[in-house]
Structures are given as C-alpha cells and as structure tokens.
Design a protein around this ligand. Structure first.
Ligand SMILES: [Zn+2]
Length: 754
C-alpha cells in the first residue's frame, strides 16, 4: 500500500464539530466527514439541469445568452452565500461581417460555411444565431491563389513539402485539423509565404473513421466544422491590445495594426463535405501516405494551378466580457487564496466545452456554501472565477489576473482549472510538486465504472499507454509508466502547456496550477467547437447520467477543501526533483539524436542521395542542411538537479517529521517560504522571443501551441537550432532550480529547528 496518510494528517478542519464529526488529533475523521457532507450536497440531476439551461442558446462572447449566463451564475453564487460580483472588461473581439470561399474555374463551387440544424438537437430548437465558420484573430483579406494541400500544416509537413519540391509562396493552403494547435497552421502558412489558409476537419481525425457520426453516433457529421482562435498565443494570451494590463475601459491600448498576436493572412475553417470538393479538384503529385485522410478521394498535394478565392472581413470593435468572481473569506489565513476557475463562454452552445466543467464548478460552489451554512469556514480564502472569453484567447482569466497581478503574486497559493469534461480516467496536468496532493485526493475517490480508486485506474492507464500507444515521445511515456507502477511513489502528472485558463497563473505569475478532467472515454472531439456540442450530445455520448461531471465536482472540490484547510504547504519536493531529472535526461537525448540526424543528413547531401533516390519524372527538392550540433555544457543544469534532489528529500523528510506539530511563528515562517516557492521558477528575462512567458520550467511549445515543453528555454533552443540560446538558458534554468533549492533549504531549517 502506498502511504497517503500524511496529507490527511495535516488537513485538520476548523469548525468541523458543527458537522458532528469525531474530531481527533490526526484529523482524517474530520476531513472524511467534511468531504462526505460536501459530496452529499452534489446532485447529478442539478448538474444536468444547469447544463441544459446554460447551453440552451449560443453563448459566445457578445451574444445575449453569454451575458444572461453570467448574470444567472452570479445570482447562484449569491444565493449560495458567496460574496460575488461581475468584473467586466472591454476586449478586442472580431466577428465576421462577410466571408466566402470559392473554387474558381471550369467547375466552380462555393463553400457553405454553415452547419445545418439536426433534429432533436439544440441546433434545431435554439432561436438565437450561431457564429458561422470563423477563426478569431485571423487577418482579414480578399485573396485568390493556387491551392496546395499541406497535411496538418505543421513544421514537419513543410519539411516534407520541400522534399516534394512544392512551394506555397503566393498560394492558398488547405490543411487538416490535428497534430498541433490550430493557430500555428495559418501562422506557419504565412511564414512560408502563403496568402490564405483553409483548415478542415478530416473524417480520419474526428469523423466517420472513428465511429458513427452525430446524431447516430458521437463523431463529426459531414457539415460540422471547428471554429476556434488563431490568435498567436505563443507570444501572449488575452486581449491582443492590452498585453500585461487588464483590458479595463480606460486601459492603454495598442493599435490593431501593431498587435503582434493578430495573424496577417485570412483563414477559415470548413467541413469535410466542403473540403472534399476542394481536395478532389487538386492536381499534381499524390500526397505521401501519412498525409492521406479518410475521404474517398486520391489525396494530392496540388500543383498550384487549381485556383481558389478566399475573402474574410470582420468587425474589429471592442466587446464586453463578464467574469463572475465569488469569494468565501478564510477564517485563519484570509490573505492566502485558493483560486478555482472554468470558463462559461462557448463557441456555440458549449455543451461539453466548457459547460460540463462549468456545472462541476457550480456544484462545488453550492456544496461549499452548504458547508459554510452548517458552521464550517475555510482557513484560507477561496476564490471562484467563472471566466468569459476563454475561447477567443483566454481573455477573461488573463485580463482579470493582469488587473490583479500584484495581489495574486502575494496572495495566490494555488490555481485549479477545469474546462471540458468527459468520462473515464482522471487526467491531471500541472505543477509537479503537487503530485502528492493530487494523489491523496484521487486515492480516496471511487471510479464509477470499475469500483477501484480513481488513482489506481489512472496508474493502470498510464502504464498501458506506454505499451500500447504509438505516441512520438515513447521514452517519456516509459518514464511516466515506471513512476506510475511504483506504489511507493505518487502518480506522475503531466506538465501543462496552454489551451485553457491556467496559462496566465502558471506561466506569467508563477502560481502552482492544476488542470483537471476526466477523459479518454466518451470524448466530445467529434463536435468540438461546432454547433453540435450541445446538451443532447453531452448527455447521450459524453457523460450519460452526468456521473463523471459529478465526480469532477467531487474531485476538484476535495482539492479545494484540502488546499484551503491544510496548515502546512501541500507541495512535496521529491516528486518535482525526480521530474526535473527526467526532463534534463530527455533534453540531453534530444541533443544527441539531433547531432546524429545532422551527421546523417550531411552525408546524404554530400552524396546527392536525395536527388538520386527520387523519381526523376516527379518534382522533388533537397532539404536545407541541418546545422551541426555542438557539444553543450550541461554541467550547471546537472549540478542544479543533483542539488535539488538532495534539498527536496531533506525538505520532504523534515515536513513528514515535524509538519503536523508545527504552530505559531514557525508555521508562519514555513508558509512565508513555501506558499510562493513556485514563483522562484520565474525569470524576468522570460523565454527567448516571448518574454511574457516567464516560467523557465513550464511553457507551451512554440511549435506545438498547446502541448507543454518542460525546461523550454533549453529544450526548444536545441530543437530549433538556436545554440547560443541553449547555452544561455542552461545557465538561467539552473539558476531558477537553485533558487527553488535555496527556498527548500530555508524551509527545512525552519522545520528542523529545535
Ligand atoms: Zn473550453
């Protein structure tokens, strides 16, 4: 059996006698009584009713129902005893005025750019209009050019295109969704010289190749398309006009033309019913095997002779967004905040994304209100944020946190996020010094489908994934599986990149953060950001009975209660140290592999192998030479990780020995050192080319968009052939890890003091 006793031992609960619990010195009975009462206050039927109401009309930014939902959510918080208000911001939020996409030539065709209603679905009963096919923050334009297919439109696809001897300069590209974040597709297209970008959903990735399509099954129907933001979030998220400051009414704003996160070329999403017409019109060479999707056509790359006409025009005015902020003041530590958020705006109805997470958040808030009514009070202050404007670019959370940045840096202890929920396995990403904290909660929750603990099930999943899945990062998966198989170790959690409201807290302010969901079964990918992500779809295919949405509320609720009431910090350092050691070894392997690849390629270029191995009757090209990879001096990073391991173990041991009995001035000193320890991982320099990202341990990849890159200053420099940056950031990253160790050593001294 794994040891999980420690966390519960320090979670003694004040005022618990009001709940009639048997309080004893160790405290587990208190916490069990508290979570039991909490769980009893959460009813699946209520979650279902709330989701049905919130998802009854389109609720994108600027829609009447978005505002109505914010007001309704506010009223609930107030009724449940929270001190709540709406905080409003004015953000740049473009909406379509005109858009068209046509195939020009002998067989002209006009894309529909609309999703027809489906009987028995909210898409047929709603009375307010949905946004048409649209990508927020694309660059308006009216362009005509030859069409080229570039698979997923990611960097490696352009490398392949180069070998095929095809250029996209002056062309319009068509790419499919998947493999990396949507916003990178038009960005990379532009960087390669394209003048427009069409993104379609191939049935291979979320349509009939996976399962029956909606309404018969869960997957994407032929006319469904994926809206989304293409704002360049790799630079900074939030309102493009107010980086680093809250988008309040009188905020200083950039000119639209100067905002670096708005793209330069027009882009539009289309359905596979429309895409089939464009793709089957393409001429030129046949697409490589891995580029072929599941449409019944011959996939071709295109010679550029097939012409398309793309026009997008938007209204670029400011629109209001409405964050609902609710506060439950702490009794013992009112200036220490546990923050919990989920957005409430959707692209259309937002059934799964975001309302499945939003109703879990509401259920938690109601249950906490009920506990307070019975006499309990949290030790720390609990702040709930129901964010608006997440979909266009994490607007609500970013603007709120920018407005309150100084206060958050002083008072913020932890941020817990959720977004869309499904069923199956507990999936947690976040700060890896919280692995023990998450484990302690997950070990006590029962998985409804299997009857074992949520933690046991996710351990099994992590181990099986490493064996069965064909993921690219096999070495990383194996390392994760090894950790998950060790019953004496906490279950590992994945690092966070971007893609939901935790980004500002984790990557700009340096608060420890968690992103929590259930998933891998009943996923809503097939209706993601479409008009068919509805109450009906969610309750039929994603979480029938609202069993896992209820479980999500209990899971996060237990985390909130535990973090609010634990006197000693919930972080554990040894797990984090082990993760950092693993990351450094992965980075070294990247350098070795890259060096080898450059040497192999140099030989191929020298011997003209690319040209000799190509079919001379077809166009082909030779890749740009890779730079020779120098030897890096990893010594500072190695030393920092070695020291971190020692300091971490000493801290965890000291906490286990003395944490539970610590009180008064020593407890206050420990809290002062540890509650903001994660902020030591921040650097004022930020990451190369994107100083908004200040966290030197966690960041979204510049070429993944959402996917995390750990120790990003070093890792991405090596991946992207920036050798000078690699050396600089080996030093800077070692510096922040040493600062983290310094803090641990000081905290250990406080714990061990006689
Ligand atoms: Zn979402």
């Amino acid at each position: 059996m794994r040891r999980i006793a420690f966390l519960t031992a320090v979670m003694s609960v004040c005022g618990v006698t009001a709940l009639g619990a048997q309080a004893d010195e160790t405290g587990p009975a208190d916490q069990t009584a508290l979570t039991k009462t909490f769980d009893g206050a959460i009813q699946p039927n209520e979650l279902r009713d709330w989701l049905k109401q919130l998802a009854s009309q389109p609720n994108h930014v600027g829609s009447p129902h978005d505002k109505a939902n914010a007001e309704w959510i506010l009223a609930q918080f107030k009724a449940w005893g929270w001190d709540a208000h709406i905080e409003q911001f004015e953000v740049l939020y473009p909406t379509p005025v005109h858009e068209s996409l046509e195939l020009v030539g002998a067989k002209p065709f006009k894309a529909t750019l609309q999703e027809p209603p489906i009987k028995g679905d909210s898409s047929a009963t709603a009375t307010q209009p949905a946004l048409p096919a649209y990508l927020a923050y694309q660059g308006d334009g009216d362009v005509k050019g030859g069409l080229v297919y570039v698979n997923y439109g990611m960097k490696e696809d352009y490398d392949t295109l180069e070998r095929l001897g095809v250029s996209v300069k002056g062309k319009i590209v068509i790419v499919r969704y998947g493999s990396g974040w949507r916003g990178l597709k038009p960005k990379l297209a532009y960087e390669h010289g394209a003048i427009g970008c069409i993104i379609y959903s191939d049935p291979h990735d979320d349509g009939y190749a996976l399962d029956a399509v909606y309404p018969k099954g869960p997957q994407r129907p032929p006319r469904g398309f994926q809206r989304g933001s293409v704002q360049d979030m790799t630079l900074y998220p939030g309102d493009p006009l107010t980086p680093d400051t809250g988008a309040t009414k009188d905020a200083k704003r950039l000119k639209i033309a100067d905002a670096p996160t708005i793209l330069k070329i027009p882009a539009i999403p289309i359905s596979y019913a429309d895409a089939k017409v464009f793709l089957s019109a393409l001429d030129g060479q046949v697409a490589p095997e891995s580029w072929r999707g599941s449409l019944p056509i011959t996939y071709r790359v295109g010679s550029g002779k097939v012409l398309v006409h793309l026009a997008v025009k938007s209204d670029w005015s400011l629109k209001p967004i409405y964050d609902v902020i609710a506060v439950m003041k702490g009794a013992a530590y009112p200036d220490q905040w546990i923050i919990r958020g989920n957005h409430h705006d959707g692209w259309v109805f937002g059934g799964s994304d975001p309302l499945s997470g939003q109703v879990a958040l509401l259920a938690e808030a109601k249950a906490i209100g009920a506990l307070v009514r019975q006499g309990w009070r949290p030790k720390r202050t609990i702040v709930y944020g129901s964010w608006d404007g997440e979909e266009p670019g994490l607007l609500g959370s970013t603007e709120w946190a920018e407005t309150h940045a100084d206060e958050l840096k002083h008072k913020g202890v932890l941020y817990i996020n959720s977004d869309n929920n499904a069923r199956g396995f507990l999936e947690v990403g976040g700060s890896q010094d919280l692995e023990h904290f998450v484990d302690a909660v997950a070990a006590k929750l029962t998985d409804p489908e299997t009857g074992v603990s949520v933690d046991l099930r996710r351990r099994a999943k992590l181990r099986i994934d490493a064996v069965l899945s064909g993921a690219k990062d096999k070495d990383h998966q194996k390392a994760v599986a090894k950790m998950a198989a060790n019953p004496d170790r906490d279950t590992p959690i994945e690092a966070l990149g971007s893609g939901s409201d935790y980004a500002m807290f984790l990557q700009h302010l340096g608060l420890p953060a968690l992103d929590v969901r259930y998933g891998d079964e009943g996923d809503s990918g097939g209706v993601y950001h479409s008009r068919y992500d509805t109450f009906e779809h969610h309750s039929r295919f994603v979480d029938p009975g609202f069993v896992y949405d209820t479980l999500l509320a209990r899971t996060i609720g237990h985390m909130v209660l535990a973090a609010a009431d634990a006197d000693v910090p919930v972080e554990r350092a040894a797990d984090f140290a082990e993760e950092m050691a693993q990351d450094v070894s992965e980075i070294k392997k990247i350098a070795t592999d890259k060096r080898e690849a450059a040497e192999v390629q140099a030989g191929l270029l020298r011997d003209r192998a690319f040209a000799l191995a190509a079919d001379p009757t077809k166009a082909h090209g030779t890749p740009d030479a890779l730079l020779a990879v120098p030897q890096f001096d990893f010594a500072p990073l190695d030393a920092a990780v070695t020291r971190l391991k020692t300091s971490a173990q000493a801290y965890d041991d000291a906490l286990a020995a003395h944490g539970a009995t610590l009180s008064g001035e020593r407890l206050a000193r420990l809290q002062a050192l540890m509650l903001n320890i994660d902020q030591t991982l921040m650097s004022d320099t930020g990451l190369p080319g994107r100083p908004w990202y200040r966290n030197l341990v966690y960041a979204p990849g510049t070429l993944t968009g959402y996917g995390a890159k750990t120790l990003p200053g070093v890792r991405e420099a090596i991946e992207q052939q920036r050798w000078a940056d690699a050396n600089t950031y080996i030093g800077l990253t070692a510096g922040v890890l040493n600062a983290f160790s310094d803090r641990l050593d000081q905290a250990t001294a406080v714990l061990d003091a006689p």
